[in-house]
Design a protein around this ligand. Structure first.
Ligand SMILES: NC(=O)C1=CN([C@@H]2O[C@H](COP(=O)(O)OP(=O)(O)OC[C@H]3O[C@@H](n4cnc5c(N)ncnc54)[C@H](O)[C@@H]3O)[C@@H](O)[C@H]2O)C=CC1
Ligand SMILES: O=C(O)[C@@H]1CCC=N1
Length: 280
């Protein structure tokens, strides 16, 4: 019964805003049950209040008794300060959901009261339009009812995948960071389109529509990407020439390396924070 619950975001940056937008659009819970907090930027909170009709308050004014679900949405470097401030304020009923890249549920559980229900999720900024691909992994103490409740909440921002936490790094490399790869691709398409005589808006729109069409073909048909690619490629035609240039210029390798590098970075963040734990 999410309608009766209140969620508070600790952190009011890009990811929090994208999730707030999706949740409010979905109508899954009243906007007045969504609270955004940050440490001091009141203008940012007012902006979110005006845009989405939610509440916006500074972190130190948040009354945990009015909150059911706490979404951690600060940068990984700020996790310890956030957990320190939380641990004396929360009760066993609070559910803690983190969107932080590379911070494990074990790492969070260490900083919170014993037995606290913790989940680690990985959304992306397409949450803004309810088109995120979001991963969910539960911590040691989380109940199946809570996992399902959070999965339901996240369905407000797009498709949700329950995964093993070990898969979170590669999920982050593909889906958390992924929108940026497509925007980078679009930056190039827009630029070359303009260089070759299109106006910027037309180049932008045809590039985006082409990505959208290809994405829908992948989601709504059973053909593999290889089969779909072959259907576009006439022997000796324009696509064959384009693909040949992609191969010659390392297009496939570049895509694989982008995903692997992002996943590795997620692993590195985890390792860095686990190490701090051992040292303490
Ligand atoms: N931006 C993205 O596409 C995605 C980001 N993430 C994760 O989301 C988290 C936030 O990322 P962004 O929104 O891009 O960062 P951001 O820098 O835009 O926002 C971070 C916010 O946290 C606030 N903050 C820091 N400590 C706080 C505390 N103790 N209590 C309340 N607020 C606090 C800051 O004032 C700021 O408003 C990161 O950990 C990142 O790994 C996950 C998936 C995608
Ligand atoms: O760049 C980052 O670290 C965050 C996590 C996934 C997307 N943005």
């Amino acid at each position: 019964m999410l309608k009766n619950k209140t969620i508070a975001f600790l952190g009011a940056g890009s990811m929090a805003e994208a999730m707030i937008s999706g949740i409010v659009k979905s109508g899954l819970m009243p906007a007045s049950h969504v609270i955004a907090t940050n440490k001091s930027n009141v203008d940012r909170l007012n902006d979110l209040k005006n845009k989405y009709g939610i509440k916006g308050i500074q972190r130190d004014q948040l009354n945990m008794k009015e909150v059911d679900i706490i979404i951690l949405a600060m940068k990984p470097k700020d996790i310890d300060a956030a957990l320190d401030s939380l641990k004396d304020e929360i009760s066993p009923n609070h559910v803690i959901v983190s969107v932080l890249a590379g911070i494990s549920t074990a790492r969070m559980e260490e900083g919170l009261p014993e037995g606290q229900q913790v989940l680690r999720v990985m959304p992306n900024t397409s949450s803004m339009l309810q088109e995120s691909a979001t991963a969910v992994a539960g911590g040691r103490y989380v109940s199946m009812d809570t996992v399902l409740e959070i999965k339901h909440l996240l369905s407000a921002i797009g498709e949700v995948y329950l995964i093993d936490e070990k898969q979170m790094d590669i999920f982050t490399g593909i889906a958390g960071s992924g929108p940026a790869y497509f925007y980078y691709l679009m930056e190039h398409i827009e630029k070359v389109g303009q260089q070759e005589g299109l106006d910027k808006e037309t180049a932008r729109n045809i590039g985006a529509q082409t990505i959208l069409g290809a994405a829908r073909m992948m989601l709504e048909q059973s053909d593999s990407p290889t089969e779909l690619r072959k259907k576009v490629t006439s022997p000796n035609g324009t696509t064959a020439a384009g693909l040949e240039a992609l191969r010659e210029n390392g297009g496939g390798t570049a895509i694989s390396e982008a995903v692997k590098s992002a996943a590795r970075k997620s692993e590195e963040i985890s390792a860095k924070f686990e190490k701090q734990l051992v040292v303490q």
